[in-house]
Write a protein that binds this ligand. Structure first.
Ligand code: SAH
Length: 212
C-alpha cells in the first residue's frame, strides 16, 4: 500500500486531496460523497471486518472517493464500476498505486462476485428506479452492502434490503454537496440521506423473481 492511514480523520484528509471533475452530469445523477462521510463509511466497514483483505465493488464509483477509501484501509482489490468514461479516466488517476480496477460499464452489465459492495448510487430522482438496478446488483454479487440512499426512498430501500438480508445498521446522515449544478442556489447543501449496512442472506440468481 502506498499510503498508511491511522485514523478516520487522516483518511478524510487524504480523500480531500483527490482530483475532482471540472463538471458533473445531472442526467447521470452525479452527486459525490463528501470526504467525511466516505471516511465514516469505510471506517465502519473496516471495523466490521469487511475491508482488509477483502474484494470490494464500488457501484457507480464516480471519481473513486469510496474506492480509494476502501483500498486505503486494506481491501485486496476494489472494482470500480462507472458508466461515465470521463470519470473512469479521472478515477484511474486517483487510484494512484492502490489495487483499484475500473470497469467502464453500466452497473447492469457487471457480474463479478465480491465480498463487499459499497455504493452511493443514483437516487432515482432524475431516472426513476435507477437506484433499483444498483440494489438488485448489490444483493446478487455480494455478502455485505454499505449503501447510501435518498431519505425520501428510505422505506422502499429498507423493505428491499430486508427482503434479501439482515440490515445491521441504519443511520441518518447528510451528504454535503458543493454547488456543482446551475440549479443549486447555495454554495453547498446538505442532502438528507440514509446509510444502510446489510448482510445478504439469500444468494439471488435472478432478481426479477425475487420481488417480495
Ligand atoms: N460513488 C461516487 C459517485 C456517486 S454519484 C461517490 O460516492 O462520489 C452516482 C454515480 O453513478 C455517478 O458517477 C454516475 O455517473 C454513476 N452512474 C449512474 N448511472 C449508472 C449506471 N447505470 N451504471 C453505472 N454507473 C452509473
Amino acid at each position: 500500500m502506498s499510503h498508511r492511514i491511522n485514523s478516520k480523520k487522516e483518511l478524510e484528509i487524504f480523500l480531500e486531496k483527490l482530483e475532482r471533475p471540472p463538471s458533473y452530469k445531472n442526467w447521470l445523477e452525479q452527486y459525490p460523497t463528501d470526504p467525511g462521510l466516505a471516511a465514516h463509511i469505510a471506517t465502519l466497514a473496516f471495523l466490521d471486518g469487511n475491508v482488509a483483505g477483502k474484494t470490494v465493488a464500488d457501484l457507480g464509483a464516480g471519481f473513486g472517493i469510496l474506492s480509494v477509501a476502501f483500498a486505503a484501509l486494506g481491501a485486496s482489490r476494489v472494482i470500480a464500476v462507472e458508466v461515465d468514461s470521463d470519470l473512469v479516466n479521472l478515477g484511474m488517476e486517483n487510484a494512484n498505486g492502490f489495487p483499484i480496477d475500473y470497469v467502464n460499464s453500466d452497473v447492469r452489465g457487471f457480474s463479478e462476485r465480491v465480498n463487499t459492495v459499497v455504493m452511493n448510487p443514483p437516487f432515482g430522482s432524475v431516472n426513476p428506479h435507477s437506484d433499483v438496478d444498483f440494489l438488485e446488483k448489490a444483493v446478487c454479487i455480494s455478502e455485505n452492502i454499505y449503501s447510501l440512499h435518498n431519505a425520501k426512498s428510505a422505506n422502499f430501500v429498507e423493505n428491499f434490503l430486508s427482503s434479501h438480508g439482515t440490515i445491521i445498521r441504519r443511520e441518518e446522515v447528510s451528504i454535503r454537496i458543493p454547488r456543482i449544478y446551475g440549479h443549486h442556489k447555495k454554495d453547498w447543501m446538505d442532502i438528507p440521506a440514509f446509510f444502510f449496512t446489510t448482510r445478504v442472506v439469500s444468494s439471488v440468481e435472478n432478481p426479477q423473481q425475487n420481488h417480495n
